[in-house]
Design a protein around this ligand. Sequence first.
Ligand SMILES: [Zn+2]
Length: 238
Amino acid sequence: MKIPVLYYHKIDYPKNTAILKGLYVKPEQFKFQMKVLKILGYRTISPHELLLFIKGHKLPFKKPVLITFDDGYKNNYTYAYPILKNLGFTATIFISSGYIGKTNAVMEQNGKEKQPENFLDKKDIIEMSDNGITIASHGINHYFLDSLDDDGILTGELLASKAILEDLTGKKIEFFSYPYGAYNAKVMREVKNAGYKGAFTTNKGKTAAGDNSYELKRISINGHNKIFNFLYKIIFLQ
Ligand SMILES: [Zn+2]
């Protein structure tokens, strides 16, 4: 068995001025995808449960799925959270802590996108953390961690983002996702040294027992995916 780890960015209506419209999954579309997962008998798991599976433990459910969001957009709280909650689903949100409570242009794809977005504020993060959503780190400034000149900046991105989110939630922050999916052996080593138990990439595929915990694969879900694309990715993609 392999486990699909899905990743989303924005659950929202695409803004007219946005360039990367695929990063928006409409709330109705997301709701339908989650309902289909529920009907098919999928059960959402936490990154901790994924780690147990990687290390060879047997999970007590047949169809596990891990749902993740990158960057920490406000719309994750406004639209995705109520939908997940209604279905009894959980998810993991990777937050760039330097953006908390701000309205900023998104940093995807080398600054190609200039569309300003609202980011989660402290209150949103605390509420979701208290209600079963796993809060995790996506660094502070959304840098390409594989191309930083200064090792101190890399360490700071990993340690300070962890500390900020731990302070906010009162929980241990144990998982990381690489901004832009950019990493190398050194970044992986530093993520481990900073005390994270696992890190997620944007490398496409499902997770198998024995996989490297600092190089976890994910499956991108974008706004252009019709329900059959979505199901294909979850059921047939390896
Ligand atoms: Zn990102």
